[in-house]
Design a protein around this ligand. Structure first.
Ligand code: CA
Length: 369
């Protein structure tokens, strides 16, 4: 699909979302003991901001599905209108807008808020961090979510994990990366933490809005760009203008996407609606990861059949980048005690996960797949 067609298609929306009639239309349900669990027929209308373009494939579409699920489960008592980034407030103002109650909730990614709270990025992804399975396990069963709620609580927000990109790709390059010398002066669109690491390694991280990356790469304003993975990258058209597709996506090994809700608005909901919001977020968490994984499988195949050259970063390059990552992590955790607390929790979990993975997942890939 050409990039323009994709943009057009994205604007129209690509999912046939159907609203199922639900069995929960009645405003009075009963608990096991027979007492009414829902005492009110009050209807709630919420707005959900997103940091994504409207109906962005899978990620934006998932937000629309979330709203559908909540409507179905609540029998229409909670309806949520989803806004693309910039439609109601600029994308990166979503955090403040939900804190202040301008909107009830938002969908985004916690590393966008590192400027407000340095610890936030640990709940999305850090370079050389954990994969999706490990991040979910740390968050949901390893104490991560409690720390996340403690941090966001200071901003009158309650966070929920609500999606994951899975392992991302290392990006599209128009020059080969064979040694550390090739990073010198490399102009790459790579935001956030990964960009800082590249800078320490002698490269130049360049900020480009999503809509400008293609042109910048085509015209040589940048030598390289990362985006997400085969499915989303293909729709950006990078395969038409870049020579090499590098792995691994060292900077984003399993980026967690998030929902966050204004704490007071959440607490003003009846208990069953609160549970519905939480359940729908968890469903979205699983849905996005599964969907992205399935589409990436297909589109990796497609890219390979179209002749894209996949390259692996040399070990010395990865080890250099890892070293700079640790340097930056040292700076972040020295300056912010809460970031240190979160980092320590995550690293303790990661150490155990690495041992377990070495005798399970790694063997699975080496011997079974
Ligand atoms: Ca990325």
């Amino acid at each position: 699909m050409k990039r323009k067609d994709f943009l057009k298609k994205a604007a129209v929306g690509t999912l046939g979302i159907t609203t199922l009639a639900t069995a929960c239309r009645n405003d009075v349900a009963t608990t096991e003991g027979g007492a009414p669990a829902i005492q009110t027929g009050k209807k709630y209308r919420w707005n959900m901001l997103t940091t994504w373009p409207p109906n962005y494939p899978i990620i934006g579409e998932g937000c629309e599905l979330f709203a559908e699920w909540v409507k179905e489960m609540s029998g229409g008592r909670l309806t949520i209108k989803v806004y693309g980034g910039g439609e109601l407030v600029p994308a990166l103002e979503a955090f403040d807008a939900v804190t202040s109650g301008t909107a009830e909730m938002a969908h985004g990614c916690a590393y966008y808020w590192a400027g407000k709270a340095p610890a936030a990025q640990f709940f999305a992804s850090i370079p050389f961090g954990m994969n999706a399975q490990q991040m979910n396990s740390w968050l949901l069963s390893g104490g991560g979510l409690e720390l996340w709620r403690e941090l966001y609580g200071k901003f009158n927000l309650i966070p929920f994990p609500a999606g994951n990109t899975g392992v991302q790709m290392g990006g599209w390059f128009n020059k080969e990366i064979n040694s550390l010398a090739d990073l010198q002066g490399l102009k790459m669109r790579i935001p956030g933490f990964g960009g800082k690491v590249l800078e320490k390694a002698g490269g130049t991280p360049v900020l480009s809005a999503g809509s400008e990356i293609y042109t910048n790469l085509e015209r040589g304003v940048i030598d390289a760009t990362e985006w997400i993975g085969p499915f989303h990258d293909y729709k950006m058209g990078f395969q038409d203008i870049a020579k090499y597709y590098y792995v691994p996506g060292w900077h984003e090994m399993g980026t967690v996407l998030e929902c966050f809700v204004n704490k007071l608005k959440f607490e003003s909901l009846p208990k069953d609606l609160q549970a519905i919001v939480e359940s729908a977020a968890l469903r979205l968490n699983m849905w996005m990861l599964s969907e992205i994984e399935a589409q990436n499988n297909l589109f990796m195949d497609k890219l390979l059949s179209e002749g894209v050259e996949v390259r692996t970063f040399p070990d010395e390059v990865l080890s250099e980048l890892r070293g700079y990552t640790e340097e930056i992590l040292g700076e972040i955790t020295a300056a912010d005690p809460f970031a240190k607390k979160v980092y320590d929790s995550q690293m303790a979990f990661k150490k155990r996960a690495a041992k377990w993975g070495a005798v399970t997942e790694k063997v699975f890939y080496d011997k079974i797949m």
